[in-house]
Design a binder for this molecule. Structure first.
Ligand SMILES: Cc1cc2nc3c(=O)[nH]c(=O)nc-3n(C[C@H](O)[C@H](O)[C@H](O)COP(=O)(O)O)c2cc1C
Length: 289
């Protein structure tokens, strides 16, 4: 099934058949969930698959928003404590919820593509769900996704028209469907504009350090070095310096390791420092003979 078709055809299902969901399909749905994007690739989620009939009935009792008797529920939990440790307050308070919502979207779409119905449920007692499923402290249930074979095909609830929910360039400015192409206008940047941009980047990076994952601080600094080397024609173009050019290439090829290979990222920083130190020796000690 085409993705757009799945997005448009998926409905929140609140009446289910009794047929169980085969294990193979459950696995495919969960696999789709874990491939959702997460801020800083923290993957804060833990999925509790509830199949036990008694537990399902209890879950429903403590969840006013849980309708219908599906044979399966996936409780998406987030590791709040770990998220805070690796990602700071932004990760704990915001990313965990956004990430689990991304996983929920994948679950609902994958299930739909496999012929199953789902309903996302947020109306549940957190304490009660934690107690029923032995969810430890530092971990929170974020969403329940009820899964089963649909007993009916719900009508799509209306959506606000695209023109009403979309603006062009600035909030409130009319979005004209057929005039989305913006005119390509090349902005001429002077060295001062470039420095100004870099200063703005550093200031917003400093601000980000208050909430973002602590590791993003070194990441932004490395990125700043790369941007600095890019500085066009200002006091003698830095990027023309073969050493700096190569250093910039190295940084740009390694900086995103921060998202998926923290140790590799740390090694890249060590390498940058060593390259610079050796270059400093060459440049400044050589001249002393
Ligand atoms: C975060 C979130 C929480 C929701 N909570 C509930 C809920 O507690 N109970 C319920 O029946 N539906 C719940 N829904 C489903 C919405 O009511 C449903 O998505 C909306 O009416 C649009 O219908 P559709 O999903 O069929 O397009 C929730 C959906 C989301 C995204």
């Amino acid at each position: 099934m085409d993705v757009i078709e799945a997005i448009k055809g998926r409905r929140s299902v609140r009446r289910y058949k009794e047929d169980p969901v085969p294990g193979e399909l459950i696995e495919r749905i969960l696999d789709a969930a874990r491939w959702a994007p997460t801020g800083g690739n923290i993957q804060p989620w833990r999925f509790v698959v509830v199949k036990d009939k008694i537990l399902l009935a209890l879950l429903k009792k403590v969840s006013p928003g849980y309708l219908g008797d599906a044979p399966l529920a996936i409780v998406i939990c987030s590791e709040k404590e770990r998220s805070y440790r690796v990602g700071g307050p932004l990760a704990k308070d915001y990313l965990t919820i956004a990430d689990c919502s991304m996983a929920a979207a994948n679950i609902t779409l994958a299930a739909h593509a496999l012929g199953l119905g789902t309903c996302v449920v947020k109306s549940f007692s957190h304490n009660a769900v934690k107690e029923l499923l032995n969810i430890p402290s530092g971990v929170e249930p974020e969403l329940i996704v009820v899964v089963g074979y649909p007993a009916n095909t719900p009508k799509p609830p209306p959506r606000e028209p695209l023109e009403k929910v979309t603006y062009l360039n600035r909030y409130g400015e009319n979005f004209q469907k057929w005039e989305v192409e913006t005119m390509e206008k090349k902005v001429e940047q002077t060295g001062n504009d470039y420095i100004f941009e870099l200063i703005l980047f550093l200031a917003t990076s400093a601000q980000g350090c208050l909430n973002e994952p602590p590791l993003y601080g070194p990441f932004r600094l490395l990125d700043a070095i790369s941007r600095l080397i890019d500085l066009p024609d200002y006091g003698g173009s830095l990027a023309q310096d073969p050493f700096l050019k190569e250093l910039k290439n190295f940084i740009d090829s390694r900086k995103f390791l921060v998202m998926y290979d923290v140790e590799g990222f740390k090694r890249a920083i060590d390498e940058v420092v060593m390259r610079l130190t050796n270059e400093a020796k060459n440049r400044y000690l050589k001249s002393q003979g």
